[in-house]
Design a protein around this ligand. Structure first.
Ligand code: THU
Length: 295
């Protein structure tokens, strides 16, 4: 797929590359053999709001807007209309122009945060959703909606992307720990700590330290996150990210509590723009745990 980029808000090359791969997979999954082109504008909220108002009469910003240039017969999509696409062939670009897409980069970033996955994942999702519209898919009635979702899922899984709330990437987990740090209740120490704990099924539980006037009753960020997870029935974890103003490995109590559920958990600590990694086995050698009491 030829993408005519109009990048008005700076976006990582890596994201653009992944979007290109996903666009190619859209044609492949839809079984379109013709060379096709789309124009993709990565813009700010004001621009997308203006376009939304001008062309759709809706006075607000949104995440993605698509303007197909091909009008498909009722119930048909690009893959089932090879001769129609041939008619739309443009000599100059040597491709069939499918239409224009506008993606709001601020929406893309905010939604990535909300779903707990990378900006790349969200960017790819929005692009695939938009291209599906350009290929004739719609989600106005239930039957069409299901067909569109199925095609989106097929393309996303071909591109190894899912929209499940997950944070496979450490960078996302570290950001979630930094966000959780902002919720810290630490009036006595003024030492905010945030934690983001990832379960083996990819869910993320965040926590912050919660202090108490009776100092000993303070709960650390790591244990807040862990107790949230365990109280939701999640008992298996692979990584915990911890953010603080200075380097702060988990305290002894948190090491012991983490050891109960994930004795080999990866621990990432971040402060300023540094990140360090260790395993719990390094921080709590010769530990006492559930197996220590086995016969
Ligand atoms: N703290 C944590 O949240 N995690 C740790 O592993 C070390 C300490 C918090 C507890 C207290 O609110 C503040 O940091 C100062 O000790």
């Amino acid at each position: 797929m030829l993408i005519e980029w109009d990048v008005r808000v700076q976006t990582d090359d890596e994201i653009l590359l992944k979007m290109q791969t996903a666009a190619d997979l859209c044609l492949k999954c839809e079984k379109v053999t013709a060379d096709c082109a789309v124009s993709v504008c990565l813009c700010d909220d004001e621009t997308i709001a203006e376009i939304n108002k001008k062309y759709r009469g809706i006075d607000r910003s949104t995440d993605v807007l698509s303007f197909p240039s091909v009008s498909y017969p009722e119930g048909k999509t690009a893959g089932s209309c090879p001769s129609l696409l041939r008619q739309e062939y443009d000599d100059e670009t040597d491709a069939v122009f499918l239409g224009d897409l506008f993606i709001s980069v601020p929406h893309m970033t905010a939604q990535a945060q909300e779903y707990g996955h990378s900006v790349m994942r969200e960017g790819v999702y929005l692009l695939v959703h938009g291209i599906c519209h350009l290929m004739g898919y719609d989600h106005m009635v239930d039957q069409d909606k299901e067909r569109m979702r199925k095609m989106e899922e097929k393309i996303l899984s071909a591109a190894s992307v899912t929209r499940e709330p997950e944070a496979r990437e450490d960078a996302v987990l570290l950001d979630m720990a930094r966000e959780a740090m902002k919720k810290s209740y630490s009036p006595y120490s003024s030492f905010p700590v945030g934690a983001a704990l990832r379960s083996t099924d990819g869910r993320v539980f965040t926590g912050c330290n919660i202090e108490n006037a009776s100092f000993g009753l303070t709960n650390c960020a790591e244990r807040t996150a862990l107790f949230k997870a365990v109280s939701e029935g999640v008992l298996s974890f692979d990584t915990i990210a911890i953010a603080a103003r200075k380097k702060a490995w988990p305290c002894g109590a948190c090491r012991q509590v983490l050891n109960e559920f994930a004795p080999d958990i990866r621990i990432l600590v971040t402060w300023e723009d540094h990140v360090e990694e260790k395993r719990l086995t390094e921080l709590l050698p010769e530990s006492f745990g559930p197996h220590s009491m086995d016969e």
